[in-house]
Design a protein around this ligand. Structure first.
Ligand code: MG
Length: 266
């Protein structure tokens, strides 16, 4: 009997050691970060205090959080330029700006890396066209990864090209579109890819998107830059690049754009 208990005891101890080893090997970087601190350690630094923003209403854009960078002041496109160089040639209205067909894509003057991005957009009402030819624009993270902007309200297109798709790769989890002529929101969390000094991909990009407050992209990994009928592989890119908005020949409106740069991951 004692032998059996003894063996069982050794076995449990061995398993515990083995378990600890396995656990140590499988901790993620963020879990390892947690373990650097004692639980409830009062010496642990507190997060910065910020003032949160306010939500938009159909009539009026909300306010940005106090630590966000404003990308549109409601009056001019001073934060933007044409991707071909020179001033952004899109139209500015009262509190919004609008794609000018054939004027070309625009991009932020500032480059951004990992970030939280808030974008509000509105497609024409009454709607014109169908499929991809209806309120088409796009938010290009790093200028390379498109979150599709499209009038997808009662407008069928291919799934990986509808509103809130990572274009050509990931359809949204649900279609949370509002009718044309109503402001819609994207809240995006983006982490860019990482490369080693030789240009080898260490980690793909990650994208999370809420469309009108609904989770539609849940931490997906783009396969590389997005494109029409192409899925090119990653190519080495800087950690910070401008954000772009697409001109797809449709007068899509934008307002209340802001970005919060995210700290380096654990
Ligand atoms: Mg598009």
């Amino acid at each position: 009997m004692w032998k059996a208990i003894g063996l069982a005891g050794i076995s449990c101890a061995a398993l515990a050691v083995l378990g600890a080893l396995v656990e140590a090997q499988t901790l993620t970087p963020s879990q390892q970060y947690v373990q650097k601190w004692e639980i409830h350690d009062r010496n642990r630094p507190h997060p910065p205090v910020i003032t949160p923003g306010t939500c938009s209403t159909p009539e009026k854009a909300g306010n940005l959080p106090s630590d966000a960078i404003l990308l549109f002041n409601g009056k001019d496109l001073s934060n933007w330029e044409s991707v071909e160089g020179g001033p952004a040639k899109w139209k500015v209205g009262e509190g919004y700006f609008e794609t000018v067909p054939k004027a070309g894509a625009i991009e932020t003057k500032q480059a951004f890396g990992d970030c939280q991005l808030h974008v509000e957009w509105e497609t024409p009402n009454p709607p014109h066209g169908q499929d991809q030819d209806r309120g088409n624009s796009g938010v290009f993270l790093h200028g390379l990864y498109e979150i599709q902007v499209l009038d997808s309200y009662e407008n069928v297109t291919y799934a990986d090209g509808q509103a809130a798709a990572v274009y050509g790769q990931y359809p949204p989890l649900v279609n949370a579109s509002r009718p044309p002529g109503q402001w819609q929101t994207y809240d995006i969390v983006f982490h860019g890819p990482r490369f080693d000094a030789a240009g080898k991909l260490l980690r793909p990009a990650t994208v999370t998107v809420f469309h009108n407050g609904v989770l539609v992209q849940d931490h997906v990994n783009p396969t590389g830059p997005t494109g029409h009928h192409v899925r090119p592989p990653y190519k080495p890119t800087p950690e910070k690049l401008p954000l772009q908005l697409q001109d797809h020949n449709h007068p899509v409106r934008y307002r209340n754009l802001w970005v919060r740069e995210l700290p380096e991951e654990y």
